[in-house]
Design a protein around this ligand. Structure first.
Ligand SMILES: Cc1ncc(COP(=O)(O)O)c(C=O)c1O
Length: 349
């Protein structure tokens, strides 16, 4: 029997979320921008979800802009800020171990003249706040460092990085796709100006996420999708009420309890010889392990019919060794023997 242990790549939609979404698919399907009673029902449902999400990160509802997911939110944050400086071009700081949607966006921005510094992690996958500070230049306008690494599960010291950004008057963006709902986040306490999140990592639907934008009404972020004025004019397109309701519901019903699979997994994995990659501050649901030998991998695969991944789902598509593993110093050979096992998410602390 196969066992799905790839929850960092995607989670199922929980039943309670699906039930709430269904109402807005078939019964109340009106366009939320419509000027009639059904339209106003949809608007209210969207506002309710916005309030739930905002509360979760200590933000105002008006600071949540819905997107198609964390990839779009990350693009919006980076390009949206960079495009404000199209003429003079600016400097952006990020890391070598961001998700590909950040790295490929930075690569694009670099090609059109922006300056990017990629901070390298240490062998445990940690980004040093001090290195971030030392990379700041006069024209640095944005620092973008993820909260939890999607391959290693390592939790970055984003409060310290946020404080540095605040001290220098630089905007701080964090990709929280892997940490949202699982770790406590307060955008004020952590000096976060922009934060990306995604629905399908937290038992919500695929195709929905959001970007938190501090004081969004007055932000100078340049929209990537121009449309009919939806989402404060920052992201055009008819708001997908069922998906937004689903995201709100997923946040509201996110499990606090450790799942049974967590304990079971820890018992089972003890029988194999491996090294766990990452730092002492790693999400308990993400295990990045390098098996000691090919024989050990064979034994593991023969005995366990688990659906797990080598690197992230995105690396799997390109069939290249993981850029994260290379960045923490693993050879291609060690990277080949490395797997990510990700357990059902729950709230950590
Ligand atoms: C850290 C991180 N950022 C961004 C994404 C992209 O999220 P989405 O699938 O919502 O675009 C993912 C998901 O794979 C992720 O793990």
């Amino acid at each position: 029997m196969t066992l799905y242990l790839d929850y960092a790549a995607s989670t199922p939609v929980s039943t309670v979320v699906l039930d709430e979404m269904n109402l807005w698919q078939k019964e109340h399907f009106a366009n939320p921008s419509a000027d009639h009673i059904e339209g106003s029902y949809s608007t209210r449902a969207i506002q309710n979800a916005r309030e739930i999400i905002a509360k979760k990160i200590g933000a105002m509802p008006s600071e949540i802009v819905f997107t198609s997911g964390a990839s779009e939110a990350n693009n919006m944050a980076l390009k949206g800020i960079a495009f404000k400086y199209l003429n003079e071009k600016c400097h952006i700081i990020t890391s070598l171990i961001e998700h590909k949607c950040i790295l490929n966006t930075c690569d694009f921005l670099e090609k059109i003249g922006f300056e990017i510094t990629y901070i390298s992690p240490n062998e445990h996958g940690e980004i040093s706040p001090d290195k971030v500070k030392k990379s700041i230049r006069e024209n640095t306008k944005l620092i973008s460092i993820h909260h939890v690494n999607n391959e290693l599960g390592v939790i970055q010291r984003i409060s310290e990085i946020g404080a540095i950004a605040f001290e220098y008057g630089i905007l701080f963006h964090t990709d929280a796709a892997q940490s949202f709902c699982k770790l406590n986040i307060d955008v004020d306490d952590m000096d976060i100006d922009l934060l990306s999140l995604s629905g399908h990592k937290i038992y919500g639907p695929k195709g929905i996420g959001a970007l938190y934008i501090r004081d969004a009404r007055n932000s100078e972020i340049v929209p990537l999708i121009h449309g009919g004025g939806q989402e404060l004019g920052l992201r055009g397109g008819t708001s997908p009420t069922p998906l937004i309701v689903g995201l709100g519901s997923a946040v509201e019903h996110f499990p606090e309890e450790v799942s049974e699979q967590q304990n079971l997994f820890e018992q089972v994995i003890k029988d194999y010889n491996f090294v766990r990659n990452g730092s002492s501050s790693t999400l308990p649901t993400i295990w990045n392990i390098t098996f000691n030998s090919d024989d050990e991998i064979k034994r593991f695969i023969l005995e366990k019919n688990w659906l797990i991944s080598q690197g992230s789902a995105c690396n799997a598509m390109s069939n290249t060794p993981s850029h994260v593993l290379n960045a923490i110093g693993l050879s291609d050979e060690l990277a080949r023997r490395t797997f990510r096992i990700s357990l059902p998410p729950f709230k950590c602390y």
